[in-house]
Design a protein around this ligand. Structure first.
Ligand SMILES: Cc1cc2nc3c(=O)[nH]c(=O)nc-3n(C[C@H](O)[C@H](O)[C@H](O)COP(=O)(O)OP(=O)(O)OC[C@H]3O[C@@H](n4cnc5c(N)ncnc54)[C@H](O)[C@@H]3O)c2cc1C
Length: 399
C-alpha cells in the first residue's frame, strides 16, 4: 500500500478541456479541496487549429497561460501522472509524488502514435507534410496550402476513434476553397483518405459532404488508410479489397493514429474491448465501470460519442452531479446522452453544423436555422462565437 505525500477530496488528472471544466464546476458546487495534476504551462483551444491551418486564425490566439484558466482555490500540482493505483486510491506522478484521493477525475486527453505509419515521423514537419493536430505544425499547413499551385495534395484520416473526426475533412475543404479562389484548384489533384465507408456517421450530413467533396473535385478513398510514406510518395491501402496504390504527392495533411495514454492500461483502467486502450466508464454516468471512486470524461474514455470539446460541455455537468452525489452517498442521477457537435467548415465562409447524440440522429440546438444544409456566412461562429463560449463560459463552469 502506497502512503500518500498529500491527499485531496477530489484529484483531477489533466488541465485540458475536460479537467478545467470539471474543476470550475466542482468549485461552483462548493467543494473546498480540489487538486489538479497538469504538467503544461499553456492551455489550448484546439478547435482553432483547423482555422490556423486554413489561414483564418493565428496559432497564438489558441493558447492562454494554464495559471489563468485554473479556477481560484484549486491546488495545481505541476507534474505528470505516471500511473493510478486504484486499489490504494492514489496517483503516482513522474517526479515520484504519491497523491491520495477520495474521488478521481481522469481527463488526460488522447495520445498520438505517429510511428504507426512508417515514414510519417521522419517526414512530419519537414516541409511538405503537416498536421493541424499539433500547435507547432498547424501554421505549416497554411504555408503549404499557399505554396501549392499544382500537383497532388492528400488529406488523411487514420483508423479508429480520433479527436474531432471532422477535422481531417475540414482542412481539405478550406484548402480547396482557397485554391479555387486563387484559380489553382483545377491544377491540383486532391485525394481524401478515409477509414470509413461514408463521409460521416449521420446520413443527412454524409450526403451533404458527398456534394461538397464533388464540388471541389476531391477523389475520396473510402475504407482506406495510408500504410507508409516517403517524402514524395505514399502507399494507400483499401481495407475492403486489400488493393494498394502508390501516390506521388506534393503536400500531405496527416492526422495521427490515436489512442489512450499507455498508463491507463498499466493502471488497469482500460476497456479490455477497446483496441485503442480507452478508459472504461459507464457511457451515461461517466463513472468507471470497476472503480466507483473514479470518473472520467473527454477524449481518453471509451464512451461511443464523437470525441469533441462539445461533448465534454455536456459530460462535465453530468460527471459533477454524479461525483458529488457519490461523495454524499447518494445514487447517481446524472445521465449523458452522447451529445456532440462538429462544425465542419465546408469553405472559408460556410459550415455544416452537425449536432447529434448516441442515437446518431440530428439534435439541433439553434432554432430557426436549417442545420441539415451548409450555413452561409457562418464561420465567424467558429472563429469568434465558439471560442468566446469556451473561454468565458465553459471553462468557468457556466455553460
Ligand atoms: C485540429 C483539431 C480540431 C478540433 N476541432 C474541434 C471542434 O471543432 N469542436 C470540438 O468540440 N472539438 C474539437 N476538437 C477536439 C477537442 O479539442 C478535444 O476533444 C478536447 O480538447 C478534449 O479534451 P480533453 O480534456 O479530453 O483533452 P485535452 O484538452 O487534450 O487536455 C488533456 C490535458 O491533459 C494533460 N495531460 C496529458 N497527460 C497527462 C498526464 N500524464 N498527467 C497529467 N496531465 C496530463 C495535457 O497536458 C492536457 O493539458 C479538435 C481538436 C483538434 C486537435
Amino acid at each position: 500500500m502506497l502512503k500518500p505525500d498529500q491527499r485531496h477530496q477530489v484529484v483531477i488528472i489533466g488541465g485540458g478541456t475536460g479537467g478545467i471544466t470539471v474543476a470550475a464546476r466542482l468549485k461552483r458546487a462548493g467543494l473546498a479541496d480540489v487538486a489538479l495534476i497538469e504538467p503544461g504551462e499553456t492551455h489550448y483551444y484546439q478547435p482553432l487549429w483547423t482555422l490556423v491551418g486554413g489561414g483564418r486564425a493565428s496559432a497564438a490566439e489558441s493558447g492562454r497561460p494554464m495559471s489563468s484558466v485554473i479556477p481560484k482555490g484549486v491546488t495545481w500540482i505541476k507534474d505528470k501522472v505516471a500511473r493510478v493505483n486504484p486499489e490504494d486510491r492514489t496517483v503516482t506522478t513522474e517526479s515520484g509524488k504519491v497523491v491520495g484521493y477520495d474521488r478521481l477525475v481522469v481527463s488526460p486527453g488522447i495520445s498520438y502514435f505517429w510511428e504507426k505509419i512508417p515514414g510519417l515521423s521522419e517526414n512530419l514537419g519537414k516541409g511538405t507534410v503537416s498536421s493541424n493536430y499539433l500547435y507547432d505544425l498547424a501554421p505549416l499547413t497554411w504555408a503549404n496550402v499557399q505554396r501549392t499551385k499544382g500537383g497532388t495534395a492528400v488529406f488523411h484520416q487514420p483508423m479508429g476513434p480520433i479527436k474531432c473526426a471532422g477535422a481531417p475533412q475540414k482542412i481539405a475543404y478550406l484548402a480547396c476553397d482557397y485554391w479555387r479562389e486563387q484559380g489553382d484548384l483545377t491544377n491540383i489533384r486532391t485525394i481524401m483518405v478515409l477509414p470509413t465507408p461514408s463521409m460521416f456517421g449521420v446520413k443527412v450530413w454524409s450526403d451533404e459532404l458527398v456534394k461538397v467533396a464533388a464540388r471541389y473535385g476531391i477523389e475520396v478513398r473510402f475504407n482506406s488508410q495510408v500504410t507508409s510514406m516517403t517524402d514524395t510518395t505514399m502507399e494507400i491501402k483499401n481495407n475492403e479489397t486489400g488493393e494498394t496504390e502508390t501516390i506521388e504527392y506534393n503536400f500531405a495533411h496527416m492526422t495521427p493514429p490515436q489512442g489512450a495514454p499507455a498508463w491507463i492500461k498499466d493502471s488497469g483502467l482500460e476497456d479490455p474491448e477497446s483496441p485503442f486502450g480507452y478508459m472504461s466508464v459507464d457511457k451515461n454516468t461517466m463513472q468507471h465501470t470497476k472503480y466507483p471512486e473514479i470518473f472520467g470524461l473527454g477524449d481518453a474514455t471509451n464512451t461511443p460519442n464523437s470525441k469533441t470539446g462539445a461533448a465534454i460541455r455536456k459530460q462535465a455537468p453530468v460527471l459533477v452531479t454524479n461525483l458529488t452525489a457519490s461523495l454524499a452517498g447518494q445514487s447517481l442521477k446524472g445521465s449523458y446522452d452522447g451529445y456532440a457537435s462538429c462544425p465542419i467548415t465546408t469553405s472559408r465562409n460556410k459550415l455544416l453544423l452537425c449536432e447529434f447524440d448516441y442515437t446518431m440522429e440530428p439534435k439541433p440546438s439553434l432554432p430557426l436555422i436549417n442545420t441539415k444544409k451548409e450555413i452561409k456566412e457562418f464561420n465567424h461562429f467558429k472563429k469568434t462565437g465558439l471560442p468566446a463560449l469556451y473561454w468565458n463560459f465553459m471553462l468557468k463552469g457556466r455553460a
